[in-house]
Design a binder for this molecule. Structure first.
Ligand code: ATP
Length: 306
């Protein structure tokens, strides 16, 4: 499988602000690749560098086998880019926007235009209103049409579902799947974890310009945290405390009536934990589904989950 995006030691400074810190990133062809990160993590900067809106301070970038600064119009035509702040011309209608984007599209323009109109209908965009009268969501939908309409090989989508209602978000997920099924690679950013979780095959977590985690969505689940709550009978708290400390740090052990309660957050596979608990009589056990949100929040903040 070829890689559609490769960055090596990619660094971007804005004066004294280090927005990206020597980033090594590889996006394989045909994947939906998500970047998750809090505000200011460097997601927008990364995307702008890939489409040559910004130039790196140091390091290298290859997009579809070319350097963005050398790729010019040809490379731009192979990419669909939805910027975080999508600009529309206030006085132009949606229909006029579609016409204009078609006129600068590569490929068969009749087909591109037909696809754009079909997408606008599917997304229910009022095409005859001037853009200044469109809601934020409808402007964002126009942005999606603009990114997808020429069937690019690579889609770079910065916070694509911002302002979209849940129904349209669902349509967006379908569009992403269809693009991938057609062979495209999709790179999307979000600070909403569930969105990346639903759309992406692979994801990186970005914090302060560095990748703190790179994994398949499934992999993120494996290392995600779970809430443990166990009630042990015929046990003595000091022994439980000692035994549990071998398998998970930071658990809370307390006495309630005749029983010992063990509770707290645990990370990773459950096997060691369950075997440690099984040394006692387990009256009750709750090991809640991995909570990816909490896991990723811990990564954002730089705190380790016990
Ligand atoms: N033009 C600029 N001049 C100075 N600093 C900037 C500029 N653009 C971004 N930054 C800084 O670079 C860092 C990364 O910003 P960036 O917009 O890439 O993050 P982000 O992950 O996209 O955040 P958000 O989710 O808020 O859009 C932040 O500290 C930001 O303040």
């Amino acid at each position: 499988m070829t890689d559609v995006v490769v960055t090596t030691g990619l660094t971007k400074r804005y004066g004294s602000v280090l927005a990206l810190d020597s980033l090594d990133l590889t996006i394989p062809q045909g994947t939906v690749f998500g970047v998750i990160g809090p505000n200011g993590a460097g997601k927008t900067t990364l995307m702008r560098l890939l489409v040559d809106v910004l130039r790196p301070t140091s390091g290298s970038i290859t997009v579809l086998g070319m350097e963005p600064r050398a790729g010019g119009k040809d490379l731009r035509g192979r990419i669909g880019y939805l910027p975080g702040e999508f600009h529309v011309e206030p006085g132009l209608s949606g229909r006029a926007h579609l016409k204009f984007w078609t006129s600068i599209s590569p490929g068969d323009r009749t087909q591109v235009h037909r696809r754009a109109e079909a997408m606008a209908e599917r997304l229910d965009i009022p095409l005859d209103r001037p853009a200044r009268k469109l809601s934020k969501g409808n402007k964002q939908k126009l942005g999606l049409v603009q990114a997808f309409m020429h069937r690019p090989e690579l889609l770079i989508l910065d916070e694509p579902t911002s302002g979209l209602d849940p129904l349209v978000q669902q349509t967006f997920l379908e569009l992403v799947s269809e693009a991938r099924d057609g062979g495209a690679t999709v790179f999307l950013s979000s600070h909403v974890l569930s969105e990346v979780e639903q759309a992406a095959d692979l994801a990186v977590v970005l914090r302060s310009g560095s990748i703190v985690r790179e994994a398949s969505i499934e992999g993120l689940h494996t290392t995600a945290v779970r809430h443990l709550r166990a009630r042990l009978s015929d046990a003595d708290a000091a022994t439980v405390d000692r035994r549990m400390a071998d398998v998970a740090a930071g658990l809370d052990v307390s006495v309630e009536g005749e029983d010992v309660l063990v509770s707290g957050l645990v990370q990773g596979h459950a096997d060691d934990l369950v075997k440690a608990l099984a040394r006692f009589t387990v009256a009750d056990l709750v090991l809640a589904e991995p909570d990816l949100e909490e896991s990723v929040l811990a990564m954002y903040s730089g705190k380790d989950v016990p």
